[in-house]
Ligand binder design. Structure first.
Ligand code: UDP
Length: 347
């Protein structure tokens, strides 16, 4: 993708089509992605007016297709690295706009970096203008390949500035700096969430991350591809818990610009995850070991004491429960894809 200077900045109508004036107006950048679309749904359920902005690079229109008939919802196809403006008030902005799967964010690393930094700056400018609170979805990737466990917010990270994950990791680190400085210098009301591995319905079956890969492989009767020895760890947070955490952080009046870890502190090896998925999906075809991608972190486990003490938040959904829902969703998605394909006899 080319990174040209935009000739004009579009202006988006943000006031509710329903003409409601009392509810919050919330902008969700990246609102057609996995976390974003789940968040849009949740915000609409509580009565907010939601404006969703997405360039559909990894977000999917199907994730928000069921929302477009809702008069309190608007979708705009736009890339946040190009400036834009909005008419009317904006109370809150969630920045979830960035490919998050290594497979996807490495496809166009420069665009990933610019999305993280220039995109964030464009949203911060809108927040400053509208006096809105803006929440940055940062990531556990700011810790790189940590040598401490669990990772608390005070750990400064071990990150490779030029490795294949750097466009994302360093982009997100730079964005944290920008958010922090906009808070200090321009007094923008910011929040920074460091999101650990999250999974659940509305994940793209081709996303490339471990939970969706394993479930899809098992449903197709294939072997689960474990990278490296499978002894590296991750902590998997179910989407409903993550939404609770993001909303609690947005509403938190004592959090300011301090980064806050959001994730499930229960740690699993990738081998354990493969076993859990295989036990649940009888068609799973065993496990095949493949090479470990460069700079793949060895361990990830959030210390969530800060989120607990400041927001009273902690995850409640176990990996077993969350996997059930995720399997249901991905099974239905695969069946739909299958039904859309012409039958073999037709070809
Ligand atoms: N992984 C794996 N098989 C897959 C996809 C990922 O073993 O099909 C591993 C990957 O190497 C990493 C972990 O699972 O150690 C989590 O990878 P993911 O891409 O989901 O997210 P990350 O935490 O690395 O950003």
């Amino acid at each position: 993708m080319e990174h040209k200077k935009k000739q004009f900045a579009p202006e988006f109508e943000i006031t509710s089509r329903a003409g409601k004036t009392s509810e919050r107006v919330v902008m969700v950048a990246g609102g057609a992605g996995f976390i974003g679309a789940n968040l849009c749904r949740r915000l609409l359920e509580r009565g907010d007016n939601v404006i969703c902005i997405d360039n559909l690079e990894t977000g999917r229109h199907q994730n928000v297709a069921g929302l477009v008939s809702n008069p309190s919802f608007r979708f705009y196809l736009h890339d946040i690295i190009s400036p834009f403006s909005v008419t009317g008030p904006v109370d809150q902005i969630y920045n979830l706009a960035c490919p998050a799967s290594p497979k996807k964010y490495q496809k166009d690393p420069i665009h990933t970096f610019l999305t993280s930094v220039i995109g964030a700056l464009n949203l911060l400018d809108i927040a400053a203008l509208k006096n809105a609170t803006v929440l940055q979805s940062s990531t556990s990737e700011v810790y790189g390949d940590p040598d401490v466990s669990p990772q608390s917010e005070s750990f400064r990270g071990l990150v490779n500035t030029i490795g294949p994950r750097a466009c994302y990791d360093e982009g997100k680190r730079a964005a944290e700096t920008l958010f922090h400085d906009m808070y200090e210098v321009r007094h923008v009301d910011v929040r920074i969430a460091r999101i650990f591995n999250t999974y659940g319905p509305m994940m793209d079956s081709e996303d490339g991350r471990v939970v969706s890969n394993f479930v899809v492989q098992a449903l197709k009767g294939e072997a689960l591809t474990v990278y490296g020895t499978g002894e590296q760890t991750r902590s998997f947070c179910y989407i409903s818990d993550m939404l609770d955490g993001l909303i609690a952080l947005m509403e938190c009046v004592v959090c300011g610009a301090d980064p806050v870890n959001l994730g499930n502190p229960i740690e699993f090896t990738i081998n354990e995850l493969a076993e859990l998925v295989s036990n649940r999906i009888p068609t799973a075809g065993g496990v095949v070991y493949e090479g470990l991608p460069e700079d793949d972190p060895h361990q990830r486990r959030p210390d969530i004491s800060l989120a607990k003490s400041r927001m009273g938040w902690e995850p409640t959904v176990s990996l077993s429960e969350g996997l059930e829902e995720t399997i249901k969703y991905l099974r239905a998605e695969l069946e739909e894809i299958q039904n859309l394909r012409p039958a073999e006899s037709d070809s």
